[in-house]
Design a protein around this ligand. Sequence first.
Ligand code: SF4
Length: 277
Amino acid sequence: MKPKTEAQELAQIRLAMRGAEKQTGIYEAQDLIRLALERHDKIAVSWSGGRCSTVVLHIALQICPTIKVMHTDHGVHYPETVKYVRALARKWNLNLTITKPEKTFWEIVEEKGFPKPRVPMDPKKGQAAVRTPACCRWLKEKPLADFRKKEGIEAFITGMRAAEARIRALSMYQKGQFYFVKRLKAWKYNPIAFWPTRELVNYCLSNDVPISPVYKTVNRSGCWPCTAFVGWRNQLMRTNLKFYNFLTKMMGEKGDQWALEHFYNTRIEPPCKTERA
Ligand code: SF4
């Protein structure tokens, strides 16, 4: 994934804030968590083990040390993330529930194929803004919905940020910093919705918030076999060549051939026009 400039991030944040101001108003992270705690009796932090949700979790714990925390062990986290989640849960003494999905990633792939990048849809035709890959529904949305139902959760606190993706910025522009999600039947509160990445980094450094060691090699800490974003090959090859070879074999591809082509293309400049002529 190509990194954004700070100016691009700020443009996305400004867009999200313009809409959110009218919808819900703009809140500081701590104020929004306090508001959520005032409005709802049953509330939980949705914690993926990623940087953003870990920062939100840290802020929430300063306000309510016993707050419920939910994490889904969907079976395709990087091994570093699995260890990190367990270690931090012990260190911070979290009131944590770990849920598991009903289907494995590989069962979903068998039924629906490997995940493809999200496709923008047409909300005017009554469609959702984007088509979500089937595995996201089974591995992420369903476990969250089941946990909500079982625990009677009224609201989730999330680490969603407008700076991460334009689609998220647009969603906040339309709905605000917190909103009711009909399909989930619960509210979502996004305390660090308008934080640029610099603010997130500074928060971790000044509050000694440990981040998953997986970030030493990847930008996205999510599911290791995710093929739903541009650049998944380069990321996986860099992180774990064994996983990369396994995945390409599962996809029925000649992984070695692709890796060798990539090796060549990243080292050898294509000839300029005059040389070709
Ligand atoms: S992040 Fe990728 S692999 Fe994980 S559930 Fe979503 S689409 Fe599937």
